[in-house]
Design a protein around this ligand. Structure first.
Ligand SMILES: Cc1cc2nc3c(=O)[nH]c(=O)nc-3n(C[C@H](O)[C@H](O)[C@H](O)COP(=O)(O)O)c2cc1C
Length: 394
């Protein structure tokens, strides 16, 4: 890893995790990630913004040794999650004078999760400022994007927003700044869908708050920096809004092919009606791709056979994920096949109860689909089209 200059006396000292494939034991990372850390050398004091994952503490300490910093007075912990704070233990041993600056909640979490002693920490409140001499840090307490402790740090003189996970992307790249906006858009949307989607209201609130700031550079805690912040603001505005697309996603599982026949028929029926569709075979699909589609699809149709009186576990899993991610979908339905009986439809409806979506009458059939079942799927497609039109979903 190498130390790179962002602006005079402001350096990137974090690490790139090129090969990481999964995050939080559930989120696939197609393009690795980075754990960003920033060093700011003021005329009087030096501050570090965030540390890195504990797997990379050696590289991190090596980076600090390579930098100009002879002493570090403060380490700003914008977020206590271990991918940013894991290397704090070694850091506070090596820099015994350094004070940890964090939010009240951050202090509590650093203590309970990493055993950081009280005397090493100093809490800050919203709008509080810290002077480094010729540079001033302003802290904004921004809970729930995505933990209760999150804060952002604004470097006033250089107009840099250290935005923590906000505007982040799991994207390992040798470029300090975004060089491929198309790829960044996709990875940023994936990140938003997986991490920020449940907190859309908070995202909107903080976007409004940030309007007051003159920002030249956004420096997030994952992925490349951005020197055209309006692009990120526009994307977050779109993703956090209630707007959905004339699109249906059909996550499905089928053991012996009956449910799959229904899915393929419904897919064609929706296409014929001018609706975008994406069926996802849950045996193979990338859950991050489904999350991205969950973000702005108007309708979700879960398709599953009955297994041991309820939904197939893979369908139950996606219902659970949709329930906790709280997508914007306006409508939800269920299709599938059973052999002799069970509670699949009522179970799935209970599992998706937190979705703020109207239920469209399911098509749940016995055995392999016959002519009347296909007609029922046509009626479902008609109903979806009608509902989308009623809500002016173009
Ligand atoms: C392991 C297993 C358990 C099943 N349990 C039930 C059940 O509890 N109730 C039921 O009605 N059908 C049950 N079935 C039958 C399937 O729901 C039925 O065959 C259905 O048509 C399969 O749809 P598919 O072809 O999309 O996999 C079970 C099938 C399997 C393989």
């Amino acid at each position: 890893m190498t130390v790179r200059t962002i602006k005079e006396n402001i350096y990137s000292v974090g690490v790139t995790d090129w090969d990481r494939q999964i995050f939080d034991e559930m989120l696939p990372l197609p393009d690795g990630t980075s754990y960003n850390s920033y060093l700011i050398t003021g005329s009087e004091k030096t501050a570090l913004i965030d540390a890195v994952d504990s797997d990379f503490e050696e590289e991190f300490i090596t980076n600090l040794a390579k930098s100009d910093a002879t002493a570090i007075d403060y380490i700003i912990v914008n977020h206590a999650e271990q991918d940013h704070s894991g290397a704090l233990g070694i850091f506070i041993e090596l820099f015994p004078q350094a004070k940890i600056i964090t939010s009240e909640k951050g202090k509590e979490l650093l203590k309970s999760m990493l055993g950081i002693p009280d005397f090493r920490m100093q809490t800050v409140s919203d709008m509080e400022e810290l002077s480094l001499g010729d540079k001033t840090l302003r802290f904004r307490i921004t809970p729930w994007v995505h933990w209760p402790d999150t804060m952002m740090t604004y470097l006033k003189e250089d107009k840099i927003l250290f935005s923590c996970d906000f505007f982040g992307a799991h994207y390992a790249t040798s470029s300090l700044f975004i060089d491929d906006y198309h790829l960044h858009y996709i990875l940023s949307k994936r990140y938003f869908a997986e991490i920020m989607m449940p907190f859309r209201k908070k995202v909107s609130e903080y976007l409004d708050m940030l309007k007051e700031y003159d920002i030249d550079i956004v420096a997030p805690s994952h992925g490349p920096l951005c020197n055209s912040p309006e692009i990120l603001f526009d994307q977050y505005r779109e993703w956090s809004s209630d707007d959905v697309k004339n699109r249906v996603i059909i996550p499905y599982v089928s053991m012996h092919g009956s449910t799959k026949k229904m899915v393929l028929y419904l897919t064609d029926a929706l296409i014929r009606r001018g609706i975008e569709v994406r069926p996802y075979d849950l045996g193979r699909a990338d859950s991050g791709a489904i999350a991205m589609d969950l973000l702005d699809a108007a309708t979700i149709v879960i398709a599953t056979p009955t297994v041991l009186f309820g939904p197939h576990p893979k369908a139950a899993n996606i219902a659970f994920i949709a329930n906790i991610l709280k997508p914007k979908a306006k409508f939800v339905s269920i299709i599938g096949s059973y052999g002799w009986g069970g509670k699949t439809v009522t179970d799935l409806q209970a599992m998706t109860a937190k979705l703020d979506a109207e239920v469209i009458e399911p098509v749940y059939i016995k055995g392999t689909p016959a002519e009347d079942n296909f007609l029922a799927l046509d009626s479902l497609a008609d109903e979806i089209l009608k509902k989308h039109k009623e809500k002016n979903i173009a």
